[in-house]
Design a protein around this ligand. Structure first.
Ligand code: FES
Length: 139
C-alpha cells in the first residue's frame, strides 16, 4: 500500500521532470525556426546600399516579421519575406547556390522568391523597395 503511493509519487516526479526537460530543449529550436514578431518591425526601413555586395543577402526585421534583402550577382536588389510559405519557418540563404533553403522541409526558392522545389505552395512574398542617394528604402 505504502509502496504504491511512493511509486505513484515517483511517477509524477519523473513525468514532470521529463516535461520540463522537453520544454527546455525544444524552446530554443522553436525560437530559431518560428517567425519572429513584435521585434522592431516598422513600416519603412533604410539600409545603406554599400552594406550589400553582389551575391549577398541581409536578413532583417520588417513589420514584425523576418525579411531579407538580396543583391543578385547581376546587381539587382530584391526584398522578400523570409517566412517560408509552407509552414512558416525562416529560410536560409545559400550563397554558393544563390538560392534560399528552408531548413524545416527542404523548400527551395530563387532570388526572386520563386519556388524551385519542395513543399512550399507559393513564392516568398515580395516587399517593395526604392533606391535613392545610396540608400535602399524597404517598404
Ligand atoms: S516550412 Fe518551409 S518547407 Fe516546410
Amino acid at each position: 500500500m505504502e509502496n504504491e503511493g511512493r511509486r505513484r509519487f515517483l511517477g509524477v516526479c519523473v513525468a514532470g521532470a521529463t516535461a520540463a526537460a522537453a520544454v527546455a530543449a525544444g524552446y530554443p529550436v522553436f525560437r530559431y525556426l518560428a517567425p519572429r514578431s513584435g521585434q522592431g518591425g516598422g513600416a519603412k526601413l533604410v539600409i545603406p546600399a554599400g552594406e550589400l555586395k553582389e551575391g549577398d543577402a541581409k536578413f532583417f526585421e520588417f513589420a514584425g516579421s523576418s525579411a531579407v534583402l538580396i543583391k543578385t550577382k547581376s546587381g539587382e536588389l530584391v526584398a522578400l519575406s523570409a517566412v517560408c510559405t509552407h509552414l512558416g519557418c525562416i529560410v536560409q540563404w545559400v550563397k554558393e547556390k544563390q538560392q534560399f533553403l528552408c531548413p524545416c522541409h527542404g523548400g527551395q526558392f530563387s532570388t526572386d522568391g520563386t519556388v524551385l522545389g519542395g513543399p512550399p505552395p507559393r513564392p516568398l512574398a515580395k516587399i517593395p523597395l526604392t533606391v535613392t542617394e545610396g540608400n535602399i528604402t524597404i517598404g
